[in-house]
Design a protein around this ligand. Structure first.
Ligand code: RB5
Length: 149
């Protein structure tokens, strides 16, 4: 079964978030939209928190966050325990975010990449699988850092 998707954006990411959501629904993913719901100015940490909390409490779910650069969303989402949010820009970083980092949230910059590139990046992430091995050792070290916070 396809993993569930929790999606969110601020005003800068709103249009790209809507396009990604519609495309993923067409692809058969169950997408929950945590806002924002218009291009009116708002604060990205509010939406990063909603999506990150949802991902942290469920299994088999990926978070997708879109803001202007993807940077603010990734900083904010990574403050939530259990969240490994990765900023992705293209197919390669999308695939690596899963294969190497086992991210559970991916962040995109709507002022950095267009829909065609975003689609490739998200698709590469969703189709990839965590490679384990040496990467598991490294991810474990990140989890250990979180425990010491
Ligand atoms: C909003 O203007 C912009 O700062 C925000 O979307 C994001 O790029 C922050 O990291």
């Amino acid at each position: 079964m396809k993993e569930k998707i929790a999606i969110g954006s601020d005003h800068a990411g709103f249009v790209l978030k809507e396009k990604i959501k519609k495309w993923l629904e067409k692809e058969g993913y169950a997408v929950s939209d945590f806002g924002c719901f218009s291009a009116e100015s708002c604060d990205y940490p509010d939406y990063a928190e909603k999506v990150a909390r949802e991902v942290a409490k469920r299994k088999n779910i990926t978070g997708i966050l879109v803001c202007g650069t993807g940077i603010g969303m990734s900083i904010a989402a990574n403050k939530i325990k259990g969240i490994h949010a990765a900023l992705i820009h293209n197919e390669f970083t999308g695939r690596s975010a899963r294969e190497h980092n086992n991210a559970n949230v991916i962040c995109l910059g709507a002022r950095v990449i267009n829909f065609a590139t975003a689609k490739k990046a998200v698709n590469a992430f969703l189709k990839a699988r965590f490679q384990g091995g040496r990467h598991a050792r490294r991810v474990k070290k990140i989890k250990r850092l979180e425990k010491n916070v």
